[in-house]
Design a protein around this ligand. Structure first.
Ligand code: CDP
Length: 137
């Protein structure tokens, strides 16, 4: 059975540019140090939006509301399917509960992370759509 993994793009205007919140993974070893849209596996009985809201509450201590899909689903191995969503920030300042670090990245910085191999491979598939969102006024 394929498990759905949801990942959220929280976007905020800050320092004169739109920025997306990315998180640097601490595990597993082959992904440690790489940046991702934070999220996790959908549990039984949850909608993807509920899973996203729970995961960001657990991992970042922020409250969000799950929004529109971003880009296409990305298969990871034989058993995971990743989906990205907009996540509208509601409350809380992000804290790295499970991640090594957190950062707010503008369009050029997102492209640089992807090009330099510092982004989780699956998430590179969403860079074009993320950049389009970040360049919107
Ligand atoms: O915390 P949980 O086990 O629910 O999920 P996770 O470890 O955050 O994500 C499960 C797997 O999905 C990771 O090991 C990655 O392979 C993949 N993933 C990804 O490629 N990109 C993301 N933005 C989030 C997860």
């Amino acid at each position: 059975m394929v498990r759905i993994v949801v990942a959220g793009a929280v976007i905020r205007e800050w320092g004169g540019a739109n920025r997306v919140l990315l998180a640097q993974r601490a595990y597993p070893p082959h992904l440690a140090g790489l940046w991702e849209l934070p999220g996790g596996k959908v549990e039984e009985g949850e909608s993807p939006a509920q899973a996203l809201e729970r995961e960001l509450r657990e991992e970042l201590e922020i409250e969000v509301v799950g929004g529109d899909r971003i880009g296409d689903a990305v298969p990871v191995g034989d058993d995971l399917e990743l989906r990205a969503y907009r996540a509208r920030w509601v409350a809380g300042e992000p804290v790295a509960v499970e991640h090594r670090a957190l950062g707010w990245f503008d369009d050029a910085e997102v492209v640089r992370l992807a090009d330099s191999g510092e982004m989780v491979p699956a998430d590179v598939g969403w860079v074009r759509e993320l950049v389009d969102l970040l360049r919107r006024p």
